[in-house]
Write a protein that binds this ligand. Sequence first.
Ligand SMILES: *Cc1c(COP(=O)(O)O)cnc(C)c1O
Length: 429
Amino acid sequence: MITFAFISKFMFSHEDSLQKDRNDSLASFRSQFHFPRDAQGSLLYFCGNSLGLQPIQTKEYVMQELDDWSEFGVEGHLEAERPWVRYHEFLTEPMAAAVGALPHELVVMNTLTVNLHLMMVSFYRPTKSRHKILIEYSAFPSDRYAVESQIRFHGFDPKESLILLTPKDQNEYVSWENIKEVLESHGEEIALVLIGSVNYYTGQAYPIKKITDLAHKYGCKVGFDLAHGAGNLLLDLHNDAPDFAVWCSYKYLNSGPGSLAGCFVHEKHADDYEIPRFAGWWGHNKVDRFKMSPQMKLMRGAEGWQLSNPPILPMACMLSSLQLFSKAGMPALRKKSLELSEYLIQLLQSLNHPSIRILTPQSEEERGSQVSIQIRGGDKRIYNELKNIRIIADWREPDVIRVAPVPLYNSFSDVYFFYDALKNIIQSK
Ligand SMILES: *Cc1c(COP(=O)(O)O)cnc(C)c1O
């Protein structure tokens, strides 16, 4: 029998990764980004899941708005090259394409946790018999805080109203069986199912359509937090048909630190003006918004949830980045992303080392770009040494290194370099 180590010696080489880069039709996008640098040159960047890199053209887009502001003052609302009163509309189409939404199902506004609250105001309507919210046991803390505060806001107690999806087996991720079981036994008590499309810690991607269909069968409302899914997975929100979704844009969508968030409200709610909501003047019908009438006339679809006139500068950052997504196309990006992460997983497996374990599920439909590597014993020195040799990944307590090779700007040789560095570090321990 040929051992795996023997095969891998021939399968994996630096040259092999360079060959993959030469065959990569998206390779030229890399040169459209700024990479962090130090005195020795560019660093190796694997944190696109946390803060995406800055596209080179972003500065030009922001400067355009600063110039228009200096040139036009208030008239820029109508006179700017891209008029500010409808600037968010320039974002709608490319963002809708990135997440598989219809344009009127989508609006860019606020930040992620704010949008999550606004959506819960509308879609978490607890009653005595149906007041529970189902989230993942390892949900991102902000989501959990937001959910618990909504439960309390409605006079319920998270101890009774919060259900956590908990994995049943050794794996640290939740199987479809887990989800089914919880919905089958508690579906009628659950008012809202709120799941992250990709878990920030494990990198597990959840099946949006399957969860939505089953939860709807039990009469639950369904929302997804796509913070780690937007710009990463091939999403099809309109057809998968959750009631709402929210996501930030500074991770895979490269729109800059703290930039604006996306909000999706499914078409089936577009004409329902009776849904309770928190309102603001930007949700008023744009045709006569400036008549400043005391009587609110809501806009149709997702735009009807807008509160304020939005900040133009972060929208300029977003527009510059979304244009790269439009050029590359999500299907091609997802394809390369899977190839990159598959390559990383194969390389890590070939190490066959007892101190590392791949936490992220390995089937294609259950992961995005991110691969979470568990370091047995939680030896953070391994992460620190990567950092010392100028590799930016991240460490999540107690024992995980998250690595996200992203298809717009990471290469196969980046991945090989990471593997080679990790190999040298762990073999010298
Ligand atoms: C990144 C992230 C957040 C951050 O929320 P902000 O409101 O943008 O600060 C929240 N939830 C999830 C799942 C995230 O991944």
